[in-house]
Design a protein around this ligand. Structure first.
Ligand SMILES: N[C@@H](CCC(=O)N[C@@H](CS)C(=O)NCC(=O)O)C(=O)O
Length: 205
């Protein structure tokens, strides 16, 4: 299988870290692709009509996107403990943490448009502030609601990869006054799956 990937995408890294945690990384060839809504990438559009990474290209089968769906598919390919719990409250907790992590990535990208990506004259400060507020409220929620001690699940993977990206892009900081979240993240970042997938590179708009 090939993973259309970007070394500075939190979503792509989430899929790859999931593959490492599931013991599937050896079966995946990582292919770097630059994407931006202002820079059409034909290789990516050929597999995903949204023109976004990650995409999992499977031999003889249709490509799979987005990162949530790739993780769900990968979880069917291994015999170990499932990283997306099948039932009960454990399932809903994993999926809601994943939803918050996805929202953090979405809001973080939107915030970057309003701070560094859009030409200065087209930026809109009230929108910037609204996205920053979503980040801060989500950090507070995570400090209260994250299940630090449960076995690793897809929500943890999505969260660690997005928090790492938030620090990489110097978005509003999450550590101050959130000791539990910070300690959990530091421990997760030391895992081999995270160490094997460092972030690098700039966005090309
Ligand atoms: N919901 C998608 C989001 C994917 C996404 O936004 N990827 C970015 C890279 S960080 C992208 O390729 N953006 C290009 C574009 O918006 O055209 C997922 O979870 O995979």
């Amino acid at each position: 299988m090939k993973l259309l990937y970007q070394t500075h995408s939190p979503y792509a890294r989430k899929a790859l870290v999931f593959a490492h945690e599931a013991g599937l990384a050896q079966r995946i060839e990582v292919v770097h692709q630059e994407t931006s809504p202002m820079r059409r990438n034909e290789h990516v559009f050929a597999e995903n009509p949204l023109g976004k990474v990650p995409v999992l290209v499977r031999p003889g089968l249709p490509p799979i996107f987005d990162s949530d769906v790739i993780c769900a598919f990968l979880d069917t390919l291994h015999e170990g403990r499932k990283l997306i719990p099948a039932e009960g409250e454990a399932r809903w907790q994993a999926l809601r943490v994943q939803a918050v992590a996805q929202g953090l990535a979405d809001a973080g990208i939107a915030l970057r448009w309003e701070t560094v990506r859009r030409p200065q004259a087209l930026r809109y400060p009230p929108l910037r502030d609204g996205y920053a507020e979503k980040l801060l409220a989500s950090y507070d929620w995570l400090e209260r609601e994250l299940d630090h001690n449960s076995p690793i699940h897809v929500g943890h993977i999505a969260l660690a990869t997005v928090l790492s990206w938030i620090e990489f892009r110097e978005l509003p900081a999450f550590r101050k006054n959130r000791p539990q979240l910070a300690a959990w993240f530091d421990a997760f970042e030391a895992r081999p799956s995270m160490q094997a997938t460092p972030l690098s590179g700039e966005t090309h708009d």
